[in-house]
Design a binder for this molecule. Structure first.
Ligand code: DC
Length: 221
């Protein structure tokens, strides 16, 4: 069986940056499952439909094809053949992703795709329900978290670097709303798997957090 590492946790805990660096150091591919939900969210926005209307969202799924391709070690997400890797990172796409991820049909739609990648590749997969639902048999499960303020500050800096004008308060508010929605939804809510290892990055540097995750994986294997 190939090695599968599940990393779950709330938005802004540094999951993607940390998981990507750890995967590179260990020679695994890094799979960012949030990108899949974001691509579905972008499609629903483009169609002008309400991302919070489960029936409207589910009705669009037959029109959607989402694929992940790895160019070098960089993951790109394709929506009906179009590379939307940049477009999925806007704050609107974040909110849309959170909304569509609460629709059971969307989770079902993306489930096989995620399992298939994990079956074929030694990987670190990050998301919200990887250890609990998608890969319950993963050899290592990590729940990565940090305080809301630390997470909002990191997101805020990232957005500023990209030229966005959101204030810190807006980012914190969006993040708190998304945390609440992600952990209170009826289906696959964000919660640590019973056998997951908690890693809190609030007071760690990025390098420290990456090292801690690498050490945790090595020890667990
Ligand atoms: O990790 P992210 O911010 O790119 O995720 C975008 C949204 O998708 C987030 O609000 C929760 C949802 N998501 C999910 O429900 N399950 C996953 N495995 C990954 C993301």
């Amino acid at each position: 069986m190939v090695v599968n590492v599940a990393i779950d946790g709330p938005a802004g805990a540094g999951k993607s940056t940390i998981a990507r660096a750890a995967a590179k150091a260990l020679g695994y591919i890094y799979v960012d499952t949030g990108a899949l939900y974001r691509a579905v969210g972008v499609y629903v926005l483009r169609q002008g439909k309400n991302t919070k209307d489960p029936d409207a969202v589910a009705a669009l799924l037959p029109e959607i094809s989402v694929e992940l391709k790895f160019l070098g070690d960089v993951q790109h997400v394709f929506l009906n053949g179009e590379d939307v890797s940049t477009e999925i990172r806007t704050p609107e796409a974040s909110m849309a992703a959170s909304a569509v991820s609460a629709v059971p049909a969307v989770r079902q739609f993306l489930f096989d795709l995620q399992r298939d990648i994990a079956k074929k590749n030694a990987c670190i997969m990050d998301g919200r329900d990887i250890g609990t639902v998608v890969l319950p048999e993963a050899q290592v499960k990590i729940f990565l978290t940090a305080s809301p303020e630390a997470r909002a500050m990191r997101r805020y800096k990232e957005l500023r670097e990209k030229g966005a004008e959101d204030t810190y308060e807006q980012v914190l508010e969006d993040l708190n709303r998304r945390d609440y929605e992600d952990s209170h939804r009826a289906i696959a809510p964000l919660k640590p798997a019973a056998d997951s290892i908690l890693v809190d990055t609030t007071s760690l540097t990025l390098e420290g957090a990456v090292q801690k995750v690498i050490d945790t994986i090595k020890e667990a294997l």
